[in-house]
Design a protein around this ligand. Structure first.
Ligand code: BGC
Length: 752
């Protein structure tokens, strides 16, 4: 595609030029405008590797035809490391590759909350928890931006499903919107300062996210102070004038022939100062991403090694009851490697984030090379990866091999067609042929290790107890085979933890009855009870809880101390404890701090993750671990007054997962009490309890002989008093026998 000719340096912008500023010059870049001091800015997908289109072949439809780049593990795997420093290193590497390709804006990270395990893009997102998401995504943003490349948080907001994603309305009440779905964006902006943000395709409470003034101006700019560029998702703008007025900056991809902005500027119906503001934001972005000395060299080997490390750190040891892991490569007898995924790895997801990797290592190759002492290493595919195809012969061959082996390493997971951008799953089970295979293989051999490859949670409940060990590798990126072998053979002691709950049944999930919605709407009726907040509130059994992940060593927790700070200290709590590696291998544990707010001021979750630390310890070593908890991170969103932390009893639990709490204490924490403004719609009981309005109302009532009639009767009985005290003043004033009028109540309010 040839961009429109650039205006000369000294050109004064015409209405045409100004209108052209509001959209891309082509699929991936902004227009250069030397007269306004603006250079062209280049963007590229995606969150876990660059998808830069070949300049001779820039058509977006050619998803697979991008230039080779390192394929890092996607967000789900990076999140499972619970290691912000490692994620920052991956961000730095991504930033370097972006710079080397002349990319100014990297379109990621994606930080949607995983509302349902069915969302086809869950592999691109971090977690079901907003604070945890922000910690990990913030590290990614800092890493990318440390190289002078803008990170672009996406998709703002509530793009939590793929079904009908271009038009569905996420219908969400304000508390869950603020506390769950916007919070990750808010905290990442607060802590990491991304220079760009992408608005989502979907609608929120009926209004398209790209044309939503409350979202893009009121909340994002005014409340959060975001000073970066807001880019639309590709094709998400339907009314470009309304989008600009709502606060969107750049419509992508370029739509230079659309005259609507031009016409609105020409007839004065669109305020031209919006374009000045856009020019300023483009200039700021150009300055932030100014690369100086031109392209930089890339060390592909180093990036490949980083991919390998990140993926092995993100592996989650779900189950190791029979202690089959780690495998000793020198003494493992006859090893059967079963599963097509060992030979045809699934190491990334499909869609706009798909990367053309610089190299790929399969697990079959890596295991053959590294099981040096095995009597034999034999492969059987066991199943096909084409959705819905089963082949009895493949199954029989695999089971026979299992029966004559000393150890089976069984590769299972989701074929690419199961989860992808634009497509949600309908089940959380593995394909039925794989479930049949694992059962048959386990019946033939008691020593089965399962290695899972999938981008979103799969339930293992139906077959977990048949096998000796399960490792969730998620999607590993291009070093797949080496990362997998590193963990299975114990060169890396697994320390990954689940950033999302693995449910037993889909029917147990909070969005089960409302995903993916109907007739263009998806009602988020579960409110704030998403992920573990839901499973804990409902006391539901889970396959594996949020935060779960085992190790080849063991850890002991002791000596919890909690220092409580003053109400005005930005730090609310300082948690400390002693962690000891009680096993025989070096290893890392993620110490997790959960807080259950028992103030009673709002409906509260049982517990919420408020801090964590990844600690590496030699065998036998102990360390004092300190985890500060910020006051702002303890706040909840009160629909009437906004963010509050009232203080009160807080149940602090420290442990190895959300359901493996090792140390616990309840502390009284000072805060700022909520003052809900009194109105005529406040209950009579609140009025009477109010320090100023109460005495004023009571004086009027007493002066007029008290409350009589039905209300008087209700108030004088222990059984029915609550019915009167719970009624709004606007209602009780309608009853004969209540001696004060609504106008008099309003006068009292005026005097407050
Ligand atoms: C996706 C975005 C992506 C964009 C550009 C859209 O369809 O939703 O995540 O960045 O395409 O490829």
């Amino acid at each position: 595609m040839t961009p429109d000719p650039m205006p000369p340096d000294d050109a004064r912008p015409t209405p045409d030029d100004l209108a052209l500023l509001t959209t891309g010059a082509d699929y991936w870049s902004t227009r250069a405008f030397p007269g306004l001091g603006l250079r062209s800015l280049r963007m590229s997908d995606g969150p876990h590797g660059l998808r830069v289109q070949d300049d001779d072949n820039p058509d977006h439809l050619g998803l697979g035809r991008s230039l080779p780049a390192t394929c890092f593990p996607p967000a789900v795997t990076l999140a499972s490391t619970w290691d912000p420093d490692l994620v920052r290193s991956v961000g730095e590497a991504l930033g370097r590759e972006a710079r080397a390709r002349g990319v100014d804006v990297l379109l990621g990270p994606g930080i949607e909350i995983k509302r349902s395990p069915l969302c086809g893009r869950n592999f691109e997102y971090y977690s079901e928890d907003p604070l945890f998401t922000a910690r990990m995504a913030g590290a990614m943003v800092q890493g990318i931006q440390s190289q002078g490349v803008a990170a672009c948080l996406k998709h703002f907001a509530c793009n939590t499903q793929e079904t009908d994603r271009l038009r569905v309305s996420a219908d969400v009440d304000e508390r869950p919107l603020r506390e769950i779905y916007l919070r990750g964006f808010e905290l990442t902006i607060r802590d990491a300062g991304p220079w760009a943000l992408m608005s989502a395709y979907n609608r929120i409470n009926g209004l398209h996210a790209s044309q939503n003034p409350w979202l893009l101006t009121e909340v994002l700019r005014r409340e959060w102070g975001f000073d970066g560029l807001v880019v639309s998702d590709w094709g998400a703008v339907h009314d470009p004038v309304a989008a600009l007025e709502a606060g969107l900056d750049l419509r992508m991809p370029g739509q230079p022939t659309d005259r609507r902005v031009h016409d609105a500027l020409a007839d004065g119906s669109l305020d031209a100062s919006l374009i000045d503001r856009l020019a300023e934001r483009l200039a700021r972005l150009a300055e932030r991403t100014a690369h100086g000395a031109g392209p930089i060299p890339i060390d592909e080997d180093a990036h490949h090694r980083l991919t390998r490390r990140a993926a092995s750190q993100g592996a989650v040891l779900l189950h190791n009851d029979a202690n089959l892991l780690p495998i000793d490569p020198r003494r493992c007898g006859r090893v059967a490697v079963i599963g097509e995924l060992a030979r045809t790895p699934r190491y990334q997801g499909a869609g706009s984030s798909a990367v053309n990797p610089t190299r790929v290592i399969t697990a079959w190759d890596a295991l053959q090379q590294r099981l040096t002492g095995a009597a034999s290493v034999t492969f059987a595919p066991g199943y096909r990866l084409t959705a819905g195809t089963s082949d009895d012969d493949l199954g029989t061959e695999a089971v026979t091999l299992a029966g004559t082996s000393d150890l089976v390493v069984l590769f299972l997971g989701l074929p690419a067609a199961y989860e992808a951008e634009g497509r949600d799953r309908t089940t959380i089970e593995l394909p039925s042929e794989q479930v049949a295979l694992v059962r048959a293989v386990a019946a033939a051999n008691p020593r089965v290790v399962v290695a899972l490859s999938n981008g979103s949670a799969v339930s293992t409940a139906a077959w977990r107890n048949d096998v000796g060990a399960i490792v969730e590798f998620w999607l590993t990126g291009q070093a797949h085979g080496d990362s997998v072998a590193d963990v299975l053979l114990g060169e890396v002691n697994p320390s990954g933890k689940l950033p999302e709950t693995v449910p037993v049944r889909l029917e147990d999930t909070s969005s089960y009855l409302d995903f993916p919605g109907e007739a263009g709407h998806v009602r988020h009726g579960e409110g704030i009870f998403v992920g573990y907040r839901w499973f804990d509130a409902r006391r539901l059994e889970v396959d594996y809880p949020f935060g779960h992940g085992l190790s080849y060593t063991s850890f002991a927790y002791s000596d919890l101390a909690i220092a409580v700070r003053d109400a005005d200290d930005p730090e609310a709590l300082a948690i400390s404890l002693t962690l000891t590696n009680t096993g025989r291998r070096p290893g890392a544990e993620v110490v997790q701090v959960y807080v259950g707010d028992r103030s009673g001021v709002l409906l509260m979750p049982e517990r919420e993750i408020r801090g964590f630390a990844k600690v590496h310890l030699a065998p036998g070593a102990s360390q004092r671990v300190e985890i500060p908890i910020r006051r702002a991170d303890l706040e909840h969103y009160h629909p009437e007054v906004g963010w509050v932390f009232t203080g009160g009893p807080m149940e602090v639990g420290v442990g190895s997962s959300s359901r493996d709490i090792r140390l616990q204490a309840t502390v009284e924490v000072p805060g700022h009490p909520v003052e809900i403004p009194l109105t005529v719609w406040s209950p009579l009981g609140d009025w009477l309890a109010h320090p100023v309005a109460g005495p004023a109302l009571r004086a009027l009532i007493d002066a007029r002989g008290g409350i009589t009639g039905r209300l008087g009767d209700l108030l004088s009985s222990e059984v029915s008093a609550d019915s009167a005290l719970g009624s709004p003043v606007a209602s009780v004033t309608q009853f004969p026998g209540f001696p004060v009028s609504i106008e008099e109540a309003e006068e009292i309010l005026d005097r407050l």
